[in-house]
Design a protein around this ligand. Structure first.
Ligand code: GDP
Ligand code: ZN
Length: 321
């Protein structure tokens, strides 16, 4: 009898599966590469994949089939030309840790990440972190950031790992979901993970299932359950609050190559406005009757986002010459 489970860890040809939302990982192997079809990816099965397996009766279970993916995030292999590596599949959302200052986020950089998430069809939650450090001093900068990104349609949660502000809200946003955590180094991604569950500590490598360590080569991407810290005496909940995948740095998930006409499709607010453009396709630069430019002029699309878009267009044309 085939049963369904999720891949929660992959190291070489070894996998751990769990029937989420229950967290009881067990080992599994692939039945044979031919049946799954290797395609152009280096890994036929990735963390987050829903698979059908046959129980192993004391041995490793056997993965029979990978079920269709709702999304997946790939990284192009550097050494193998046309091959790419699937970092994670079927993630419910990406949580992007951002700090306005200390270190200062460059908005065009954030916008590239957001475009990448749109391309991969991964919903985004932005955690505007370290607000304890700068909100009182630079309230205008904070308001401006919120206006830009909430205005574009993104959910932004103001967080502080120092005061605990927003952590419950972030936990609720992650409840029952698989979240890919990412962010520019130093923005506080590791601290946010630790705030969600103090037993997880990405910085000192504690974010690992100690009893499963050392058996196989470590994989960069694996799924972890998280649970809020228990008040003393309370019994732990049977199911985790949610699951997270820690992604090492924003460059961890490679930026995608897009054609000139495609880029604006992944700025959600521009896509919405572009319905009114006189020409299709429209690059929203020089065309007469461009509804996107009109929306920028009316202040409905932020100049910062529009500039990020122009930057991506320009880079694209340099790239293709
Ligand atoms: P990562 O590189 O994104 O994983 O960042 P870390 O979680 O390691 O955080 C970088 C630094 O910022 C560390 O010194 C943290 O203690 C600090 N930090 C993280 N979050 C906050 C916060 O909300 N407020 C303050 N004041 N410091 C923070
Ligand atoms: Zn246009």
């Amino acid at each position: 009898m085939e049963k369904e489970a999720r891949v929660v860890k992959n190291a070489g040809s070894h996998y751990l599966l769990s029937e989420l939302p229950v967290w009881e990982p067990f080992p599994a192997v692939l039945r044979g590469k031919t049946r799954l079809g290797l395609g152009t990816t280096t890994n036929p099965v990735a963390v987050g994949d829903r698979v059908l397996y046959e129980p192993g009766d004391g041995e490793a279970a056997i993965i029979q089939k990978v079920l269709p993916r709702s999304n997946y995030i790939i990284r192009k292999s550097t050494n193998l030309s046309r091959q790419s590596h699937i970092i994670a599949a079927n993630v419910d959302q990406a949580v992007i840790a951002v700090s306005l200052f200390f270190p200062e986020i460059k908005l065009p950089f954030l916008d590239r990440i957001l475009v990448t998430c749109e391309v991969y069809k991964v919903p985004v939650v932005i955690a505007l972190n370290k607000v304890d450090l700068y909100r009182d001093d630079t309230p205008d900068a904070v308001r401006n950031f919120l206006d830009i990104y909430r205005g574009a349609g993104y959910r932004v949660i103001e967080t502080s790992c120092e005061t605990g502000e927003g952590i419950d809200e972030l936990r609720e946003a992650c409840r029952g979901r698989i979240s890919l955590f990412s962010g520019e180094s130093g923005a506080g991604k590791s601290s946010l993970i630790k705030a969600l569950d103090p037993s997880l500590d990405p910085k000192i490598g504690k974010i690992s299932l100690s009893h499963l360590q050392g058996k196989h080569t470590t994989s960069l991407y694996e799924m972890y359950p998280f649970r809020a810290a228990m008040a003393s005496g309370a019994s732990p909940s049977p199911e985790p609050d949610g699951f997270l995948i820690d992604s090492p740095g924003l460059r961890g998930f490679g930026l995608v190559d897009l054609g000139r006409e495609e880029i604006a499709l992944y700025f959600p607010e521009m896509l919405r406005a572009s319905e009114g453009c006189r020409f299709t396709p429209c690059t929203h630069t020089h065309e007469p009757g461009c509804a996107v430019k009109a929306a920028v002029e009316r202040g409905e699309i932020s100049p910062e986002r529009y500039n990020s878009y122009l930057g991506m267009l320009e880079e694209d044309s340099k790239f293709r010459q």
